[in-house]
Design a protein around this ligand. Structure first.
Ligand code: PGA
Length: 248
């Protein structure tokens, strides 16, 4: 059985003092969660988040990671930097990075490899645009993104990582995929992994749904056979809402 994993993607929100307040409020609320709980604050909040969550069951993730160990990459953060402060996860290839910052399938793959090498669990994001869904391209787009992201990564590492299926049209729009739509595409992702690595690896891999997941719709989505958790944007910025989501 796969243990569900619910992660909060704070995006570019919450200063260190605001992060401290949210995490302090969240810790008792998350204490007996049945799923793995992760918060992914901006880089400047990460060290503080690790300190605050030490000894709790809350994990901490970054929102990006660079593929090189160090060097002339102004504005980037390496895996060893994140590892040294105790970060356990890294969101990779979020659609906002792909859309606004030139992230490609190739850079997603490089970033995922660097994370794995450092012992940081990648949360690799894939998902189609509205035009792609309406053009019946969802399956081809999403499985293509998965194949490219995983290229050259061994099965053992694939079994341990997390993929987030995030239809772009559902992110921050209040428009969620239906339970069935989400389950179907998450199933496509698992089938793609099975094709590449075999069924055992596909069955071990955890796949989240993301896109306007909130206290109201979490239960239906989490009841789906293929969905193993959520990547939560807006609803993760309130400890009370995020707590409701993790206790779906
Ligand atoms: P949302 O964001 O929950 O605000 O739609 C999800 C995400 O982008 O990870």
């Amino acid at each position: 059985m796969r243990k569900p994993i619910i992660a909060g993607n704070w995006k570019m929100n919450l200063t260190p003092s605001e992060a401290k307040a949210l995490i302090t409020e969240l810790i008792p609320l998350a204490a007996n969660a049945a799923c793995d709980v992760v918060v992914c604050p901006p880089f400047v909040d990460l060290a503080l988040a690790v300190e605050l969550t030490r000894g709790t069951s809350i994990g901490v993730g970054a929102q990006n990671i660079h593929w090189a160990p160090k060097g002339a990459f102004t504005g980037e953060i390496s895996a060893s930097m994140l590892k040294e402060i105790g970060v356990g996860y890294a969101i990779i290839g979020h659609s906002e990075r792909r859309q606004y910052f030139g992230e490609t399938d190739a850079t997603v793959n490089s970033r995922a490899k660097a994370a794995i090498e450092a012992g940081i669990t990648p949360i690799i994001c894939v998902g189609e645009s509205l035009a792609q869904r309406e053009g019946n391209e969802t399956e081809a787009i999403v499985s293509g993104q998965v194949k490219a992201a995983l290229e050259g990564i061994p099965a053992q590492a694939v079994a341990a990582l997390v993929i987030a299926y995030e239809p772009i049209w559902a992110i921050g729009t209040g428009k969620t995929a239906t339970d069935e739509q989400a389950n179907e595409t998450v199933g496509t992702i698992r089938a793609t992994v099975a094709q590449l690595y075999g069924q055992a690896t596909a069955d071990a891999l955890r796949i989240q749904y993301g896109g306007s997941m909130n206290p109201k719709n979490v239960k239906g989505l989490m009841a789906q056979s293929e969905i193993d958790g959520g990547l939560i944007g807006g609803a993760s910025l309130s400890a009370a809402d995020f707590a409701q989501v993790i206790h779906y």
